[in-house]
Write a protein that binds this ligand. Structure first.
Ligand code: PEP
Length: 252
């Protein structure tokens, strides 16, 4: 399975900042990305075209969106459809990032709808799941991850559109943007649990489905995290905003 190194730029970067960051990244990484690695950049909507133009034709680089609305077109003020993203060269999209779930109130049902719809439209979807600190302290990690996985993946629509590509991202909410990294044993346990649930839910593709870890990944913890069983990549927020740190992670 190849390793996916994803940069979630969140609500950062004007077009000119995006352009200089991606040029710097290309300078540092072009020609040195191992054959089994893919670098995925998830800029805000406004910089998708800029990044798309810069990485077009570059080996090992892909483009994705942080979110979309699951409809073809219509009266959905402020929203963007999968068709619009595909038109800009996006191959990937996230569903269920914890900031969407917690700041914008996205329910398991809406996340599931986005996941199924994105797959049906041909996007490789990355489903993000993770427990809050309270849930972890209450010993509810298994319950929360299982609920999030079943509610998004236990669906005929998902099973029949899987050829578009599916990855998972385990992102403990308390480790996102906090500098707090989950302990290797916690990551290993959570990823093993996700793999086990995938085998039940999607037996044909479970072992080919990448499970990324996200939560305060930095250049100095990347290789340890990537060495943990069932970790097939990382989803990086803060440390993806500077070409220096993200290129070190990409090669780490
Ligand atoms: C994220 O945005 O998904 C993330 C994990 O952020 P950070 O790396 O800043 O914790």
């Amino acid at each position: 399975m190849h390793t996916l190194i994803a940069a979630n730029w969140k609500m950062h970067m004007t077009r000119s900042q995006a352009s200089s960051t991606v040029q710097e990244l290309l300078q540092k990484l072009e020609g040195s990305i191992p054959a089994n690695r893919e670098i995925l950049i998830l800029p805000p909507f406004t910089s998708l075209e800029t990044v798309s133009g810069a990485i077009s034709g570059k080996n090992g680089f892909s483009l994705g969106a942080q979110d979309f609305y699951p409809a073809e077109e219509g009266a959905y003020t402020g929203e963007v459809s999968p068709e619009m993203l595909l038109d800009l060269g996006c191959g990937y999209a996230l569903a269920g990032h914890s900031e969407r779930r917690h700041f914008f109130g996205e329910s398991d049902d809406l996340v599931g709808e986005k996941l199924a719809y994105g797959l049906e439209k041909g996007l490789h979807m990355i489903l993000c799941i993770g427990e809050t600190l309270t849930e972890r302290n209450q010993g509810r990690v298994r319950e929360v991850l299982t609920r999030q996985l079943h509610s998004a993946l236990d669906s005929e629509r998902v099973r029949s559109a899987l050829r578009s590509g599916l990855s998972l991202a385990y992102e403990p909410v308390w480790a996102i943007g906090t500098g707090e990294v989950a302990r290797p044993e916690d990551i290993e346990e959570a990823h093993a649990l996700v793999r086990e649930e995938l085998r039940t839910l999607l037996p044909q593709s479970a072992d080919r489905t990448a499970i990324l870890y996200g939560g305060s990944v930095k250049p100095d913890n990347t290789s340890q995290i990537l060495g943990i069983d069932n970790v097939n990549g990382v989803l990086v927020g803060g440390a993806s905003l500077k070409a220096d740190s993200f290129s070190a992670i990409a090669l780490g």
